[in-house]
Design a protein around this ligand. Structure first.
Ligand SMILES: NC(=O)c1ccc[n+]([C@@H]2O[C@H](COP(=O)([O-])OP(=O)(O)OC[C@H]3O[C@@H](n4cnc5c(N)ncnc54)[C@H](O)[C@@H]3O)[C@@H](O)[C@H]2O)c1
Ligand SMILES: N[C@@H](CCO)C(=O)O
Ligand code: NA
Length: 436
């Protein structure tokens, strides 16, 4: 059998230890599939003494992870540390500059520095692979880059954050409150080191920006992703959505739009959406992720599976190692980085859709008339409206409505007209209804 592919592994947390376990469990099969053994030679993490439930005695321990990139006995550096900058980025730059292949699960770093790292990889004939960075174990980077390569991609949409999906579907199933379910997601190892990245939608936006770059042949533009997280979604919204025939999911959507001018513009958004109960994404529960890719010849492709957790994420990391062992060390993106288009961000104002609007209002006469007058003046038409119950103390009540299809600028205008109104006791919540 050929010489082993020699690995240095930085980070021995949830994913890093998962990779060691997987290589141990499936080593013989992997060697056959890859044509040579995949062998870890060195590891690095913060605390050497910590009990991780894996035997590290066969690997060199390196205190300073930056040293992994300088070793002559290493072909691939695997980074499972996290953080868009700091030691992960230093390691990536140094490994690629020294012509080591580089594999990572770090979507924050790929979303922010992917263009620079991709260029560096191309310049040094090294592989730069990040299947685990997007939707954990689901082979969606490969699916888009390779499986759907023959298509013009028209739209990418998906549930890209396991923590948020777990929280929303658990709140829906058990009626538990947000904080309690977030703690469960943290205990299960889905959440980021800073769970703010999950619940504010930033993690999903990192992943969407990476997928959009591959799908649309565009430069990664993470700063252009419009992001809203799930912190404002309450149990009452989930219950009202259910009454109206929807579930609430955090969904990332990217598509291109010429806005009449000819030049394609890219719209990337991550928002909690109302998903019709018969839509495939409505059945995605727990930490599962799902991505719908719409190709002009393939039609709809649905990729679904575990988006987080040690085993599934390790599966994606090791799949990248198998590719490298087989000699697939080619372009990190669908085209050379220099050929990725710098697409401008699209203005969503003219996009047509339906929305769920939730107002928290003072419980007194005339308030509903004020809201509906603003909607009339903004040319926004109401399809249905729910105002349930009365507050015992004449305090505040929730009014939820669903609009008819109309341009997004009408919703923006209605909210502008209501801004500062003393009738509203909290900022309104707008959740788009995901279109088919
Ligand atoms: N956990 C998941 O389900 C999952 C899924 C997909 C991608 N990811 C990504 O994989 C990466 C790792 O995630 P994780 O969940 O395994 O994290 P983790 O916190 O469980 O592990 C991180 C590891 O990196 C080490 N580390 C952190 N900072 C360090 C530093 N400054 N110097 C040396 N070592 C340092 C820690 O000691 C630990 O061993 C992140 O980029 C994360 O976004 C995680
Ligand atoms: N925190 C991420 C891990 C997988 O990328 C999630 O919940 O989806
Ligand atoms: Na993946």
């Amino acid at each position: 059998m050929a010489e082993p592919l020699r690995i240095a592994l930085a980070g021995l947390g949830t994913v890093g230890t998962g990779v060691l376990r997987l290589l141990e469990a499936n080593g013989a099969t992997l060697a056959k599939r890859a044509g040579r053994p995949i062998k870890v030679v060195a590891v690095s993490a913060r605390e050497r003494a910590r009990d991780r439930g894996v035997d590290l005695s066969a690997y060199d321990w390196v205190d300073d992870m930056a040293m992994l990139a300088t070793r002559d006995d290493v072909d691939v550096v695997v980074e499972l540390v996290g953080g868009s900058d700091g030691p992960a980025l230093t390691l990536a730059r140094s490994a690629l500059a020294q012509e080591k292949h580089f594999v990572t699960a770090n979507k924050a770093m790929v979303a922010v520095h992917g263009m620079e790292l991709g260029k560096l990889a191309e310049a040094h004939d090294a592989a730069f692979k990040f299947e685990a960075a997007v939707a954990g174990g689901i082979p969606v980077v490969k699916g888009l880059r390779e499986g759907a390569a023959a298509n013009r991609i028209e739209r990418i949409s998906g549930i890209l954050n396991g923590t948020c999906n777990f929280i929303l579907s658990e709140m829906e199933r058990s009626g538990a409150d947000f904080g309690e379910v977030l703690s469960q997601a943290q205990a299960k190892g889905f959440a980021e080191a800073d769970p703010g990245f999950d619940i504010e939608g930033v993690d999903a936006a990192h992943k969407l920006a990476i997928l959009a770059a591959i799908g649309f042949g565009a430069r990664i533009d993470f700063d252009a992703v419009a992001i809203s997280g799930i912190t404002e979604v309450g149990a009452a919204d989930i219950a009202r959505a259910a009454t109206l025939g929807f579930v609430i999911r955090l969904v990332g959507v990217a598509d291109c739009d010429t806005q009449g001018s000819g030049a394609p513009r890219l719209l990337q958004r991550v928002r909690p959406c109302l998903v019709p109960k018969d839509h495939p994404l409505a059945h995605v529960t727990g930490p599962t992720n799902a991505v719908v890719v719409e190709g002009n010849f393939s039609g709809r492709l649905l990729f679904q599976g575990a988006g987080a957790g040690d085993g599934p994420t390790a599966s994606a990391v090791v799949a990248d190692l198998v590719d490298i062992a087989r000699g697939d060390t080619g372009l990190p993106f669908s085209v050379p980085v220099a050929d990725l288009e710098p697409l401008e961000a699209a203005d969503p104002g003219h996009r047509v859709g339906r929305d769920y609007l939730r107002f928290t209002v003072a419980d007194r006469p005339g308030v509903l008339a004020e809201i509906t007058a603003a909607m009339r003046d903004a040319d926004l038409s109401i399809e249905s409206l729910i105002q349930q119950g009365r507050s015992a103390d004449g305090g505040e009540v929730l009014v939820a409505m669903v609009t008819h299809e109309g341009p997004e600028r009408c919703v923006t205008r209605a909210l502008e007209l209501l801004e500062g109104s003393p009738s509203l006791t909290a900022p309104p919540l707008v959740l788009p209804i995901l279109r088919d």
